[in-house]
Design a protein around this ligand. Structure first.
Ligand code: XIL
Length: 327
Protein backbone atom coordinates (compact mmCIF):
# COMPACT_ATOMS: atom_id res chain seq x y z
CA UNK A 1 0.00 0.00 0.00
CA UNK A 2 0.86 3.66 0.06
CA UNK A 3 2.50 5.44 3.00
CA UNK A 4 0.25 6.88 5.69
CA UNK A 5 0.15 10.64 5.38
CA UNK A 6 -0.63 11.02 9.09
CA UNK A 7 2.43 8.88 9.93
CA UNK A 8 4.60 11.01 7.66
CA UNK A 9 3.41 14.16 9.46
CA UNK A 10 3.63 12.67 12.93
CA UNK A 11 5.04 15.16 15.44
CA UNK A 12 4.55 18.01 12.96
CA UNK A 13 0.84 18.31 12.14
CA UNK A 14 -2.28 16.41 12.94
CA UNK A 15 -4.11 15.43 9.73
CA UNK A 16 -7.85 14.90 9.72
CA UNK A 17 -10.94 14.45 7.59
CA UNK A 18 -14.65 15.23 7.88
CA UNK A 19 -17.06 12.29 7.83
CA UNK A 20 -20.68 11.28 7.95
CA UNK A 21 -21.34 8.24 10.19
CA UNK A 22 -22.34 6.13 7.18
CA UNK A 23 -18.85 6.41 5.75
CA UNK A 24 -17.18 4.73 8.73
CA UNK A 25 -18.04 1.18 7.70
CA UNK A 26 -17.63 1.76 3.97
CA UNK A 27 -14.25 1.40 2.20
CA UNK A 28 -13.72 5.07 3.03
CA UNK A 29 -13.58 4.17 6.73
CA UNK A 30 -10.49 2.05 6.13
CA UNK A 31 -8.83 4.82 4.17
CA UNK A 32 -9.73 7.27 6.94
CA UNK A 33 -8.10 5.17 9.65
CA UNK A 34 -5.02 4.45 7.51
CA UNK A 35 -4.31 7.97 6.27
CA UNK A 36 -5.56 10.34 8.98
CA UNK A 37 -5.22 10.65 12.75
CA UNK A 38 -8.04 13.07 13.39
CA UNK A 39 -11.71 13.19 12.49
CA UNK A 40 -14.57 15.70 12.53
CA UNK A 41 -18.30 15.22 11.99
CA UNK A 42 -19.28 16.77 8.66
CA UNK A 43 -22.80 17.48 9.96
CA UNK A 44 -23.96 15.42 12.93
CA UNK A 45 -22.52 17.59 15.73
CA UNK A 46 -24.13 20.78 14.41
CA UNK A 47 -26.75 22.28 16.77
CA UNK A 48 -29.82 21.54 14.63
CA UNK A 49 -28.70 17.92 14.26
CA UNK A 50 -27.61 17.19 17.83
CA UNK A 51 -30.49 19.08 19.55
CA UNK A 52 -33.28 19.18 16.93
CA UNK A 53 -35.86 20.16 19.53
CA UNK A 54 -35.35 21.59 22.98
CA UNK A 55 -33.78 19.09 25.40
CA UNK A 56 -33.99 16.27 22.85
CA UNK A 57 -30.44 15.36 22.11
CA UNK A 58 -29.61 13.11 19.19
CA UNK A 59 -26.18 11.81 20.17
CA UNK A 60 -25.99 8.41 18.46
CA UNK A 61 -24.54 9.55 15.08
CA UNK A 62 -21.92 11.75 16.77
CA UNK A 63 -21.10 8.97 19.24
CA UNK A 64 -20.43 6.60 16.32
CA UNK A 65 -17.77 8.97 14.99
CA UNK A 66 -16.20 9.51 18.42
CA UNK A 67 -16.17 5.74 19.08
CA UNK A 68 -14.53 5.07 15.70
CA UNK A 69 -11.85 7.64 16.52
CA UNK A 70 -11.16 6.07 19.90
CA UNK A 71 -10.96 2.57 18.43
CA UNK A 72 -8.41 3.75 15.87
CA UNK A 73 -6.36 6.02 18.14
CA UNK A 74 -7.51 9.18 16.38
CA UNK A 75 -8.37 12.57 17.90
CA UNK A 76 -11.69 14.34 17.34
CA UNK A 77 -12.42 17.96 16.39
CA UNK A 78 -15.81 19.30 17.44
CA UNK A 79 -17.78 21.20 14.79
CA UNK A 80 -19.64 23.34 15.79
CA UNK A 81 -21.38 24.83 18.84
CA UNK A 82 -22.90 27.90 17.19
CA UNK A 83 -23.59 28.53 13.50
CA UNK A 84 -26.32 30.85 12.23
CA UNK A 85 -27.09 28.42 9.41
CA UNK A 86 -27.69 25.48 11.74
CA UNK A 87 -29.30 27.13 14.76
CA UNK A 88 -32.61 25.27 15.17
CA UNK A 89 -35.71 27.49 14.96
CA UNK A 90 -36.85 26.57 18.47
CA UNK A 91 -34.02 28.75 19.85
CA UNK A 92 -35.87 31.88 18.74
CA UNK A 93 -39.32 31.51 20.26
CA UNK A 94 -40.57 30.90 23.77
CA UNK A 95 -43.15 28.29 24.80
CA UNK A 96 -46.00 30.66 23.89
CA UNK A 97 -44.60 31.19 20.40
CA UNK A 98 -43.42 34.71 21.22
CA UNK A 99 -39.93 35.88 20.23
CA UNK A 100 -37.44 34.52 22.77
CA UNK A 101 -35.78 37.09 25.03
CA UNK A 102 -32.03 37.63 25.18
CA UNK A 103 -31.94 35.82 28.55
CA UNK A 104 -33.84 32.81 27.22
CA UNK A 105 -31.61 32.51 24.15
CA UNK A 106 -28.46 32.76 26.28
CA UNK A 107 -29.72 30.14 28.76
CA UNK A 108 -30.50 27.81 25.83
CA UNK A 109 -27.03 28.42 24.43
CA UNK A 110 -25.49 27.62 27.81
CA UNK A 111 -27.59 24.48 28.14
CA UNK A 112 -26.66 23.35 24.63
CA UNK A 113 -22.94 23.95 25.05
CA UNK A 114 -22.76 22.45 28.58
CA UNK A 115 -24.53 19.31 27.41
CA UNK A 116 -22.63 18.74 24.17
CA UNK A 117 -19.15 19.76 25.35
CA UNK A 118 -19.77 17.94 28.64
CA UNK A 119 -20.68 14.70 26.90
CA UNK A 120 -17.49 14.69 24.85
CA UNK A 121 -15.21 16.12 27.56
CA UNK A 122 -11.75 14.61 27.18
CA UNK A 123 -12.76 13.01 23.87
CA UNK A 124 -13.12 16.09 21.65
CA UNK A 125 -9.83 17.97 22.04
CA UNK A 126 -10.82 21.13 20.16
CA UNK A 127 -14.11 22.90 19.36
CA UNK A 128 -15.15 25.30 16.63
CA UNK A 129 -17.06 27.31 19.23
CA UNK A 130 -18.51 29.81 16.78
CA UNK A 131 -18.64 29.40 13.01
CA UNK A 132 -18.82 32.16 10.37
CA UNK A 133 -19.59 35.08 12.69
CA UNK A 134 -17.47 37.60 10.75
CA UNK A 135 -18.89 39.87 8.05
CA UNK A 136 -16.44 42.42 6.63
CA UNK A 137 -19.34 44.27 4.95
CA UNK A 138 -20.52 45.45 8.39
CA UNK A 139 -18.88 48.35 10.23
CA UNK A 140 -18.65 46.24 13.41
CA UNK A 141 -17.23 43.28 11.42
CA UNK A 142 -19.95 40.96 12.79
CA UNK A 143 -22.55 39.02 10.84
CA UNK A 144 -25.92 40.69 11.32
CA UNK A 145 -27.86 37.52 12.06
CA UNK A 146 -30.38 36.64 14.76
CA UNK A 147 -27.65 36.04 17.31
CA UNK A 148 -26.48 39.62 17.01
CA UNK A 149 -30.01 41.01 16.83
CA UNK A 150 -31.43 39.12 19.81
CA UNK A 151 -28.42 38.78 22.13
CA UNK A 152 -25.96 41.45 20.99
CA UNK A 153 -22.26 41.10 20.18
CA UNK A 154 -21.41 39.39 23.48
CA UNK A 155 -23.10 36.14 22.36
CA UNK A 156 -19.64 35.18 21.08
CA UNK A 157 -18.04 35.82 24.47
CA UNK A 158 -20.68 33.73 26.22
CA UNK A 159 -20.29 30.82 23.80
CA UNK A 160 -16.56 30.66 24.59
CA UNK A 161 -17.11 31.02 28.33
CA UNK A 162 -19.72 28.27 28.42
CA UNK A 163 -17.47 25.95 26.39
CA UNK A 164 -14.46 26.65 28.61
CA UNK A 165 -16.49 25.99 31.76
CA UNK A 166 -17.74 22.67 30.34
CA UNK A 167 -14.27 21.43 29.35
CA UNK A 168 -11.34 23.57 30.58
CA UNK A 169 -8.96 21.27 28.70
CA UNK A 170 -10.47 21.82 25.23
CA UNK A 171 -8.83 24.11 22.65
CA UNK A 172 -11.43 26.69 21.66
CA UNK A 173 -11.44 28.11 18.14
CA UNK A 174 -13.23 30.81 16.19
CA UNK A 175 -13.80 29.30 12.73
CA UNK A 176 -14.43 31.09 9.43
CA UNK A 177 -14.04 31.01 5.65
CA UNK A 178 -12.11 33.30 3.31
CA UNK A 179 -9.76 34.31 6.12
CA UNK A 180 -7.09 35.01 3.47
CA UNK A 181 -9.06 37.94 1.99
CA UNK A 182 -7.56 41.13 3.48
CA UNK A 183 -10.92 42.62 4.57
CA UNK A 184 -12.08 39.38 6.19
CA UNK A 185 -8.68 38.82 7.80
CA UNK A 186 -8.54 42.27 9.41
CA UNK A 187 -12.13 41.98 10.63
CA UNK A 188 -11.38 38.60 12.15
CA UNK A 189 -8.27 40.04 13.75
CA UNK A 190 -10.26 42.93 15.21
CA UNK A 191 -12.92 40.63 16.67
CA UNK A 192 -10.32 38.24 18.09
CA UNK A 193 -8.36 41.09 19.66
CA UNK A 194 -11.60 42.19 21.32
CA UNK A 195 -12.09 38.71 22.73
CA UNK A 196 -8.52 38.64 24.06
CA UNK A 197 -8.88 42.12 25.58
CA UNK A 198 -11.98 40.92 27.46
CA UNK A 199 -10.18 37.76 28.65
CA UNK A 200 -12.54 35.52 26.72
CA UNK A 201 -11.05 31.99 26.60
CA UNK A 202 -10.29 31.80 22.85
CA UNK A 203 -7.23 29.74 21.96
CA UNK A 204 -7.04 29.99 18.22
CA UNK A 205 -8.43 30.50 14.76
CA UNK A 206 -9.89 27.86 12.49
CA UNK A 207 -9.40 28.59 8.81
CA UNK A 208 -11.90 26.66 6.69
CA UNK A 209 -9.73 26.89 3.55
CA UNK A 210 -12.36 26.02 0.96
CA UNK A 211 -10.17 27.25 -1.88
CA UNK A 212 -9.49 26.56 -5.55
CA UNK A 213 -6.46 25.88 -7.70
CA UNK A 214 -6.58 29.59 -8.66
CA UNK A 215 -6.92 31.45 -5.40
CA UNK A 216 -5.88 32.61 -2.90
CA UNK A 217 -2.15 33.15 -3.44
CA UNK A 218 0.00 31.01 -1.17
CA UNK A 219 1.57 34.23 0.19
CA UNK A 220 -1.87 35.38 1.38
CA UNK A 221 -2.30 32.13 3.29
CA UNK A 222 1.11 32.67 4.88
CA UNK A 223 0.24 36.26 5.83
CA UNK A 224 -3.09 35.26 7.40
CA UNK A 225 -1.44 32.61 9.55
CA UNK A 226 1.25 35.12 10.55
CA UNK A 227 -1.34 37.67 11.72
CA UNK A 228 -2.80 35.25 14.27
CA UNK A 229 0.57 33.78 15.20
CA UNK A 230 1.65 37.31 16.19
CA UNK A 231 -1.34 37.48 18.54
CA UNK A 232 0.01 34.37 20.26
CA UNK A 233 -2.85 32.22 18.95
CA UNK A 234 -3.01 28.72 17.56
CA UNK A 235 -3.99 28.20 13.92
CA UNK A 236 -5.86 25.20 12.55
CA UNK A 237 -6.87 24.45 8.97
CA UNK A 238 -10.33 23.06 9.53
CA UNK A 239 -12.13 22.37 6.21
CA UNK A 240 -9.50 22.05 3.51
CA UNK A 241 -10.51 21.36 -0.08
CA UNK A 242 -9.35 22.73 -3.43
CA UNK A 243 -11.79 23.13 -6.30
CA UNK A 244 -10.59 22.69 -9.88
CA UNK A 245 -13.01 25.40 -10.98
CA UNK A 246 -12.62 29.12 -11.29
CA UNK A 247 -15.13 30.79 -8.96
CA UNK A 248 -18.69 30.61 -10.39
CA UNK A 249 -17.44 28.93 -13.58
CA UNK A 250 -19.59 26.29 -15.25
CA UNK A 251 -16.75 24.61 -17.09
CA UNK A 252 -13.36 23.31 -16.06
CA UNK A 253 -10.54 25.47 -17.42
CA UNK A 254 -8.75 22.38 -18.79
CA UNK A 255 -8.92 18.59 -18.72
CA UNK A 256 -8.91 16.91 -15.32
CA UNK A 257 -5.73 15.06 -16.36
CA UNK A 258 -3.92 18.34 -16.72
CA UNK A 259 -5.47 19.99 -13.68
CA UNK A 260 -4.75 17.32 -11.08
CA UNK A 261 -0.95 17.80 -11.22
CA UNK A 262 -1.53 21.55 -10.80
CA UNK A 263 -3.63 20.75 -7.73
CA UNK A 264 -0.84 18.47 -6.51
CA UNK A 265 1.80 21.19 -6.76
CA UNK A 266 -0.45 23.64 -4.96
CA UNK A 267 -1.18 21.18 -2.16
CA UNK A 268 2.58 20.68 -1.81
CA UNK A 269 3.22 24.43 -1.63
CA UNK A 270 0.44 24.94 0.92
CA UNK A 271 1.59 22.09 3.12
CA UNK A 272 5.08 23.64 3.14
CA UNK A 273 3.61 26.92 4.36
CA UNK A 274 1.59 25.09 7.01
CA UNK A 275 4.72 23.27 8.18
CA UNK A 276 6.62 26.56 8.40
CA UNK A 277 4.15 27.78 11.05
CA UNK A 278 4.89 26.25 14.46
CA UNK A 279 1.59 27.62 15.84
CA UNK A 280 -0.37 25.67 13.20
CA UNK A 281 -1.33 22.37 14.74
CA UNK A 282 -3.68 20.57 12.38
CA UNK A 283 -4.97 20.29 8.83
CA UNK A 284 -8.41 18.76 8.36
CA UNK A 285 -9.80 18.01 4.89
CA UNK A 286 -13.52 18.45 4.32
CA UNK A 287 -13.90 14.85 3.22
CA UNK A 288 -11.87 11.72 2.62
CA UNK A 289 -12.19 11.17 -1.11
CA UNK A 290 -13.81 12.82 -4.12
CA UNK A 291 -16.61 10.24 -3.85
CA UNK A 292 -18.09 12.42 -1.11
CA UNK A 293 -17.35 16.13 -1.11
CA UNK A 294 -19.49 19.14 -0.28
CA UNK A 295 -18.01 20.85 -3.37
CA UNK A 296 -20.29 18.58 -5.42
CA UNK A 297 -23.35 19.52 -3.35
CA UNK A 298 -25.29 22.65 -2.49
CA UNK A 299 -24.71 25.49 -4.94
CA UNK A 300 -22.19 23.42 -6.85
CA UNK A 301 -24.27 20.28 -7.37
CA UNK A 302 -24.13 20.68 -11.17
CA UNK A 303 -20.35 20.55 -11.29
CA UNK A 304 -18.13 17.54 -11.06
CA UNK A 305 -15.34 18.65 -8.81
CA UNK A 306 -12.36 16.77 -7.37
CA UNK A 307 -11.03 18.82 -4.45
CA UNK A 308 -9.57 16.20 -2.07
CA UNK A 309 -6.44 14.02 -1.81
CA UNK A 310 -8.04 10.73 -2.91
CA UNK A 311 -10.17 10.11 -5.99
CA UNK A 312 -13.63 8.57 -5.99
CA UNK A 313 -12.10 5.08 -6.18
CA UNK A 314 -10.15 5.95 -2.97
CA UNK A 315 -6.85 6.07 -4.84
CA UNK A 316 -4.21 8.71 -4.12
CA UNK A 317 -4.17 11.77 -6.38
CA UNK A 318 -1.26 14.13 -7.11
CA UNK A 319 -2.49 16.11 -4.09
CA UNK A 320 -1.67 13.17 -1.84
CA UNK A 321 1.82 12.84 -3.35
CA UNK A 322 2.31 16.61 -3.09
CA UNK A 323 1.41 16.58 0.61
CA UNK A 324 3.74 13.62 1.16
CA UNK A 325 6.60 15.37 -0.65
CA UNK A 326 6.16 18.55 1.43
CA UNK A 327 7.04 16.95 4.76
C1 XIL B 1 -21.49 21.62 4.98
C2 XIL B 1 -21.61 20.11 4.77
O1 XIL B 1 -20.46 19.66 4.13
C3 XIL B 1 -22.84 19.80 3.97
O2 XIL B 1 -23.04 18.39 3.92
C4 XIL B 1 -24.06 20.47 4.58
O3 XIL B 1 -25.16 20.28 3.73
C5 XIL B 1 -23.83 21.94 4.79
O4 XIL B 1 -22.68 22.13 5.56
N1 XIL B 1 -18.64 25.62 6.20
C6 XIL B 1 -18.80 24.86 7.33
C7 XIL B 1 -19.30 23.47 7.21
O5 XIL B 1 -18.44 25.30 8.41
O6 XIL B 1 -20.06 23.09 8.33
C8 XIL B 1 -20.09 23.28 5.96
O7 XIL B 1 -20.42 21.89 5.85
C9 XIL B 1 -19.32 23.76 4.76
C10 XIL B 1 -19.04 25.22 4.87
Amino acid sequence: GIPSLAQAYRGRLRLGAAVEPGQLNAPEGRLLAAQFNSVVAENVMKPSRIQPSENEFHFAPADAIVDFAQQHGMTVRGHTLLWYKRTPDWFWSDKDGQPASRDLVLSRLRQHIETVVGRYKGKVYTWDVVNEVIDPAQPDCLRHDQWLQVVGPDYIDWAFRYAHAADPGARLMINDYSTTLPAKRSCLQRVVQGLLARDVPVHGVGHQMHISIFEPAVAEVDETLAVFARLGLENQITEMDMSLYQRHAYLLPDSVDRLLPVQGQRYEALMKVFLSHPELTSVTWWGISDAHTSRNAGWDWWRSDAPLLFNSQQHPKPGYWGALKAV
